[in-house]
Design a protein. Structure first.
Lengths: 200, 258, 564
């Protein structure tokens, strides 16, 4: 169990994090170029989490939103740094538990990551935007829940589930497809258990 | 090279103001109205931010940011104006839609908060060079490794955006369609993102080598090429912000006591 | 004890079975210039990384034996300490930048800052190295905005600033254009004169021969020989080891020009033996030389034009013209486009492929105006292989990857498989069809990318710098592929920096500079248009230069042309 949070903090990891943030960015860009109805903006965070563990995953997620927030002035992104951090940590833990090595495990990881995202985002949505998410479909449900006199928290929770869970599910499936194809040669740099053996 | 940072390279008093002083401004400008809790206080701070932006000559750069947040603000007004659960008094109606006073008041508060946050961050973001911020953070003891990480993002993203076009061209050259039905477009996603991941990992390996051979893992105290000491003006500004923050706290506490 | 001692060095990468280095032992004296030669995957880069301690400290794996540099044992010294004694420079100039600095000055200072060198000393050393590498004018530029050659010099300056006594150069020019390579080699010469010990891996064997005191010859991780360039390059088994001797040596071998049991390895050594050369040689004649062999298919179509380009103009931004009023007809002869980076070569071929649209003028493909077609529509008839294979590879298996294009253009799975297998056979990678492409070497991945386009069976094949990172064997494979496809009646257009390769395999040579064509014709003519070559800052093929130095009249492009 101790190994779950074991983290290397060498040059390789500090180069991996910016690369993952870049992958997040390109994932989002490709999704918008292809006009896909998803964000797909946490692919890099998930890859960072799988290769480097929950701590690197968490750093990837949080740093991603903080850096964009502080440079592009997008304070909305900034608020969700906590959510990204949660996703990175959750995926990292699931990967270290060996769940990302088969499809059912990957789906389970996706569900966990989606729920973590929902649990963290819902209070943020309520505090900052009164419960909305800015997504048309999700907000329509929120509007309906309010019209039906349901509690704000519950409405916002539904809103967030509709918005986040499918996106995270597909993100993790994509990540699973990519990771499965990566040869050891590219990932061995991040293996925490490798030691030098002697040939003498 | 196109940068992702919105920093405007102008020599004004705002760009010269120490980044930490500006961070004090962010903290104060966002918390004061929240602590005081009245609508007019949001108005005052939005006014101050606008004055700073105008005097810094960067007001034009803010409009796209505001436009971006408008959709979310409008949604908030619609939903809460129509459906907020505390709604009692109808303020006005548009055809069959009845807008309530309570919901609209709540929405105004959230809307003004969003606008306030946006403008406050704009003051910081538009006038602070990321490299200077990182350097200053490192000088007060922030880990140089994290500093590297932040600076590196600014270099890596424009580079990766260049790669993006090449990858699209390379896959289209092999007959891959990027337009058409949702199915066709969705199918194109993996061939586009997968090379990004693999080539990033290959590059990461080389860049890690490059850092190692330049003493990245050295345990020695890092040297800085320049010092950014807080000047008297910076300190005065920070003091002012602190007074504002404490003042609003006292005001709030007095309000409770009475 | 020698300055550097390598003793029975062995290394195996994690998750692999074979030793990457197997029992390497040699010594280097202070101030020597040592070359490392061998085919791809023979262990050259691994050895370089062992010198700087990255192997095993960073890569782990299994390690045996030792490297001792001036009393420091490489495997046991922290990299951050060892890097002040041994500097490492490698192929890709851009990946060597820290990636976190906005200016060249700060980039060079980065390592010194990490090591905690006092500020005044940093400024002094950075200034010194800016001057030494002749990059003072770029000091405030963003390092990512520089050319490959300039960036590589920044990388060398960054390493030199740390005052190492040894510099390890792992193919420092393999990804640069001819001019960039020259810039870097000039610097390397300067460093050697300053007394720095240099260890260099390089495929340009003419350079190794000219600079090195000794050469270490590797094959499949084993040390074959460690000797003078003359001894190494006069070996009879070089072909089997996948190493090519310098052109001068091969010429002298063909003409049996020898001195004291070895063949000369440099131009000056060869000139010194001028007396042993035949008095006159006929040179290239019609039907003579290697170009005659590839003509059959192409001759049938000769004259019929594949592309007709009229008054073509192109620019990315209104201020800078990239293609300037270009008129050109391309027929079925295999055509090489040569010129420095920035000459407009890649832009021109991208226009042919329809990836870019002309600002004005027209491009006809046969009778078809390509401006109205999408890239995916043209995919079946015009194939384009990008420089970097990693921008396209996304399948887990080589065969699957090569089948992507054929399937996209509507072939059945069976048909696609057959085409893919044929294409893999042409690049000699069929035995790797089940492998993960990323388990292959970069040079092999480039061949996979070529195969993945060839498998689509296009009428035109455009290759953008296919020979970069290839060793002698890889170059021969690509050369054969050009000949074979050409004899099937396909047009091959290639952008190339390797003049010897152009001279050997291409019937038509186009010289470009500043978006214009400076010379156009058979190699035997173009490589003698000295004015045009000079303006494009290109050099003649080695054989051509040698024959001019020896005073032969006539056209000489390849060693075959020099046979009596």
């Amino acid at each position: 169990m101790k190994n779950i949070f074991k983290t290397k903090l060498d040059a390789a990891c500090f180069v991996l994090i910016p690369a993952c943030i870049g992958i997040n960015y390109l994932g989002k860009l490709f999704a918008s170029v292809l006009k896909l109805p998803l964000w797909l903006d946490s692919i890099g965070t998930c890859i960072g989490a799988i290769l480097g563990g929950p701590i690197i995953g968490g750093i990837c997620g949080a740093a991603n939103n903080l850096i964009y927030g502080f440079t592009t002035g997008d304070s909305i992104t900034l608020v969700y740094a906590l959510t990204s951090l949660g996703i990175g940590v959750a995926v990292g833990i699931m990967a270290r538990l060996g769940k990302m090595s088969n499809l059912p495990g990957a789906i389970l990881t996706a569900v966990v990551a989606g729920l973590v995202a929902v649990v963290i985002s819902t209070p943020l949505n309520i505090i900052f935007w009164g419960g909305t998410t800015g997504n048309i479909w999700g907000d329509a449900v929120f509007a309906w829940s309010q019209a039906a006199q349901l509690p704000v928290a519950f409405g916002s929770f539904l809103d967030e589930i509709i918005v986040d869970v499918p996106d995270k599910l597909i993100t993790i499936l994509i990540v699973y497809a990519i990771i499965k194809g990566l040869p050891k040669k590219l990932t061995s740099l991040y293996d925490i258990n490798d030691e030098i053996t002697s040939l003498d | 090279m196109k940068s992702i940072s919105l920093y405007v390279d102008k020599d004004t008093y705002l760009t010269r103001l120490h980044p930490f002083a500006k961070i004090f401004y962010i903290v104060a400008a966002i918390s004061v109205p929240m602590i005081v809790g009245t609508l007019w206080m949001y108005g005052v701070l939005i006014g101050i931010s606008l004055c700073l932006l105008i005097s810094g000559g960067i007001i034009k750069k803010v409009f796209p940011l505001i436009a971006f947040s408008f959709t979310i603000i409008i949604t908030i007004f619609l939903i809460h104006g129509l459906f907020n659960q505390n709604n009692v008094n109808v303020l006005f109606s548009l055809g069959p839609l009845e807008f309530y006073k309570e919901g609209l008041l709540y929405a105004s508060k959230i809307g003004l908060n969003i606008l306030n946050m946006l403008l406050t961050f704009a003051v910081f973001v538009l006038t602070t060079r990321p490299a200077t911020l990182v350097d200053d953070l490192e000088q007060i003891g922030f880990s140089p490794r994290f500093g590297y990480m932040i600076s590196s993002v600014f270099q890596i993203i424009p580079q990766m955006m260049g790669t993006m076009n090449t990858i699209m061209d390379a896959q289209r050259s092999r007959g891959m369609e990027t337009e058409g039905s949702l199915f066709v477009r969705a199918k194109a996603f993996i061939p586009l993102i997968s090379p990004v991941v693999s080539s990033s990992l290959i590059n990461t390996r080389e860049r890690a080598i490059a850092l190692e051979v330049r003493g990245f893992d050295s345990k020695k105290q890092k040297t800085f090429l320049s010092d950014h000491k807080l000047k008297a003006g910076d300190k005065l500004f920070m003091l002012g912000m602190t007074v504002l923050l404490i003042g609003s706290l006292i005001w709030r506490i007095l309000l409770w006591l009475s | 004890m020698a300055f550097i001692e390598v003793n029975n060095l062995k290394y195996r990468y994690p998750h692999t079975e074979n030793l990457a280095l197997d029992g390497i032992s040699f010594q280097i004296e202070k101030g020597q210039f040592i070359g490392i030669a061998g085919q791809n995957k023979s262990g050259k880069s691994t050895l370089c990384q062992a010198f700087s301690g990255l192997i095993p400290t960073m890569f782990k794996g299994a390690y045996g034996g030792k490297i001792v540099i001036d009393g420091m044992e490489a495997a046991k010294t922290p990299v951050a300490e060892l890097c002040q004694k041994v500097g490492l420079v490698f192929q890709n100039p851009f990946n060597q930048l820290s990636g976190a600095k906005d200016t060249v000055f700060e980039e060079i200072a980065f390592g010194l800052q990490n090591l905690g060198v006092p500020r005044d000393e940093i400024v002094k050393r950075v200034e010194e190295n800016l001057r030494l590498l002749d990059i003072e004018e770029y000091r405030d530029r963003n390092p990512f905005d520089l050319s490959g050659g300039q960036t590589q010099r920044v990388a060398i300056a960054s390493i030199l600033a740390m005052n190492p006594q040894v510099i390890v150069l792992d193919e420092p020019t393999s990804q640069l254009d001819p001019q960039g390579s020259e810039e870097v080699f000039r610097v390397v010469e300067k460093l050697s004169e300053m007394g720095i010990t240099i260890i260099m891996v390089e495929h340009k064997v003419e350079k190794l021969a000219a600079y090195c005191h000794k050469i270490l010859l590797l094959h499949e991780g084993k040390q074959i020989a460690y000797d003078t360039p003359e001894q190494i390059f006069s070996r009879d088994d070089l072909g089997e080891l996948g190493v090519e001797a310098p052109v001068f040596t091969r010429v002298c071998r063909a003409l049996s020009v020898k001195e004291g049991g070895t063949y000369p390895v440099t131009l000056s050594q060869t000139e010194a033996l001028k007396g042993q050369f035949p008095e006159g040689l006929p040179g290239r004649q019609a039907g003579n030389g290697s170009q005659g062999q590839q003509g059959e298919g192409a001759d049938k179509h000769a004259g019929s034009s594949v592309f007709t380009i009229e008054n073509l103009n192109f620019s990315y931004t209104p201020e800078v013209t990239v293609i300037d009023q270009l008129n050109l007809k391309l027929d079925y002869r295999p055509t090489a486009i040569i010129g420095q980076n920035g000459a407009g070569k890649t832009t021109l071929v991208k226009l042919l492929k329809g990836l870019l649209k002309p600002v004005s003028g027209s491009i006809l493909f046969g009778d078809l105006d390509i401006s109205g077609k999408t890239v995916a529509q043209l995919a079946g008839s015009i194939g384009y292989v990008f420089q970097n294979p990693d921008d396209q590879i996304f399948k887990n298996q080589v065969l699957e990857e090569v089948m992507v294009g054929p399937l996209n253009i509507g072939m059945s799975r069976e048909e696609a498989k057959e085409h893919a297998r044929n294409a893999l056979t042409m690049v000699d990678l069929l035995q790797e069809e089940k492998e993960n492409p990323y388990d292959l070497d970069l040079s092999e991945r480039k061949l996979v990318a070529i195969a993945s386009v060839v498998a689509m069976n296009p009428d035109v094949l455009i290759l953008d710098e296919p020979t970069i990172a290839q060793d002698a064997r890889g170059r021969a494979i690509i050369g054969k592929l050009v000949q074979e496809l050409s004899s099937q009646g396909k047009l091959i257009v290639a952008i190339l920096h390797d003049m010897d390769f152009v001279a050997e395999y291409f019937q038509r040579v186009i010289v470009m500079a500043h978006g214009r064509i400076l010379a156009d014709g058979p190699g035997a003519e173009v490589f003698y248009e000295t004015e045009a070559l000079k303006e494009a800052r290109l050099e003649q093929p080695h054989v051509t230069a040698l024959c001019q130095a020896l005073g032969y009249k006539g056209a000489f492009l390849t060693i075959d042309d020099m046979r009596l």
